[in-house]
Ligand binder design. Sequence first.
Ligand code: MG
Length: 460
Amino acid sequence: MASRKGLFGTNGIRGLVNLDLNNEFITKVTKAIATFIGPEKSLIIGQDTRISGDMVKMNVISVLLSSGINVYDAGIVPTPALQFASKNLGYFGIMITASHNPPEYNGIKCIDYDGTELDELKENIIEDIYFENKIKNLDWKSIGSYNRIENINRNYIEGVLNLIDRNSIKNSNLKVLVDCSNGPSYLTSPFLLKKLNVRYTTINCNPDGYFSGHNPEPKEENLQELMKFTKGNYDLGVAHDGDADRVVFVDENGNFIPGDKILALITKHILKNNKGYIVLPVSASQAVEEVAIKEEGKVVYTRVGAPIIARKMIELNAVFGGEDNGGLIFPEMQYCRDGAMGMAKILEIISKHKKSISDLISELPEYYVKKGSVSVNREDMISIMDTIKSSVKGDRVLDIDGIKVYDGDSWVLIRPSGTEPIIRIYSESKDRKSSENLFRKYKEVVESISKEKQLQTKNK
Ligand code: MG
């Protein structure tokens, strides 16, 4: 959810380099962040592999130093490695990344002293400082110190290793193909596999700020090479996004595994030994809840967005949480999406069950999902949603984020986009036809309400 005045998006401040994310903007926004932090504090900073990484980072560092903050520069690190360090050191963190966005983008992501992503309340304070010009400038004697900090990636790998059954993986003789998407996981995932005694091969494992291998969004269409080479040659294919907080998988037959299946598989595995809450966005597949109920766990739904899921997990002391895009949160490691931990956990699950990943996936409940959207007038979005809310009926209705209506073992979610003038529709059912029918029915409802609103505006 975008915050009040739109400086922060779902995952920090993002923009096109030298256009919206230009030096003037970076300076002003960093001054607002620095004013929020206050002088004489310690801050750890990292970057992904984008070619604009040094340019953005050096500007940010210069402003932080002038604001009296002591800066520790970690160099190129995955976002979860920086968060892990921030948590362990108790330092505020800044990650220079645009995650899965194309190479022309970059961003500034703030990490709180406990390693979690900054919450909306604190983002709003920074926005107030920025828009109300409450920036504080210091005298020359108060500037901070610049330091390099080593071993952030190594400590992160050790952190994962401490929480995984290494013996089980070691004895299973697994072969893995890992695609680092030319991002910072080239410094962590291959070394983690090596320590786990897994035989592995890498692709796109060179740092390349142009993302020459493929677009760094780990979607099926971007991972054709990984799928092709995994088929028949490896037990598992693994891919990270551009800053390695996410991880997705390909089975030994070269099939891309949908993210909701991975959520369900990990939920099943974790609940076997540790009963508790599983936290999911309201858009998550019913398959995960079905598995959780069977294993005597309890699912709690939140608004869409990893930081929101993580906050709810802290509140409930949940045992696992995540999103269907490969964002997996393991509370024993840290309260944020963690690509390396996700990879190690799936290897642990395969090795413990002594089954192929495709067999493990085929044991999970099968649901059919249909996703799409309807374009609407931006000014009508709220009133369209209000009309839908007052008219829908179902066995169970959730209005956490948009409106989710259950009908037997089917459901539909109607959700306005936070960034575009569209209303998204997701439907899910045990059979394909019911899912498609449900989708069509609600698409027509949204379209007809939208048309009505347009006519009303015209006749005004
Ligand atoms: Mg990411």
